[in-house]
Ligand binder design. Structure first.
Ligand SMILES: [Zn+2]
Length: 198
């Protein structure tokens, strides 16, 4: 799924009102799996490589696949979650647990919706990839429909968070994201009806 949706979902699952530290750690855990690919993309784009070369060639090179497998490793985040769970009575243990759970919620929503661009989700145990028939973006793999559902999921999670997190700044940021997702839903629907009409 899109990176902001991962963050919104993890917060909806785990965030607590007034617990800034916990909520920041959740945000970090939900974003960290995508961090490597963003750094890679910015670095390569700054060096003048075309988007086509980045996503169709470099993305599939073994070194990039290794690091994306490392940052999207279900066994690794599960081990961290287990360690955090055994130490959940301590402050760091609980934070480690929510961090790993946030990352695992990212895995849970990427695993079923990556087709050709699937990650090595079980690295280092295996480099096997699940090439889903569904994709969150690729229209050859029902990307329009999955993307529509993703937008609805994000809107519902933001609505939940708007009720739960009462901080003034948080409310503003949530409302901005709600507006952006709503806009994307309107654009998607107009494409969808245009698509059906054509
Ligand atoms: Zn991801």
């Amino acid at each position: 799924m899109q990176t902001p949706t991962h963050a919104i979902l993890a917060l909806a699952l785990l965030a607590k009102n007034g617990d800034t530290k916990r909520n920041r750690i959740i945000l970090a855990g939900s974003l960290i799996p995508d961090l490597f690919i963003y750094i890679c993309w910015i670095w390569l784009s700054a060096h003048g490589l075309s988007q086509e070369t980045i996503w169709n060639e470099i993305y599939f090179q073994s070194s990039v696949q290794f690091w994306s497998g490392f940052s999207n490793s279900i066994p690794m985040y599960s081990a961290l979650a287990l360690l955090g769970y055994t130490q959940r009575k301590t402050k760091w243990g609980l934070l480690l647990l929510v961090f790993a759970l946030a990352a695992l919620s990212h895995m849970a929503t990427d695993f079923p919706f990556h087709a050709e661009d699937a990650h090595q989700h079980f690295w280092p145990l295996t480099t096997w990839k699940f090439h889903s028939p569904l994709s969150y973006w690729d229209s050859n793999h029902y990307g329009r429909i999955v993307g529509g559902f993703e937008t609805l999921l994000a809107l519902s999670c933001i609505a939940l968070l708007l009720k739960r997190l009462t901080g003034k700044k948080t409310q503003t940021v949530l409302k901005i994201f709600f507006g952006l997702y709503l806009l994307s839903l309107i654009v998607r629907l107009s494409f969808w009806f245009g698509f059906l009409g054509g």
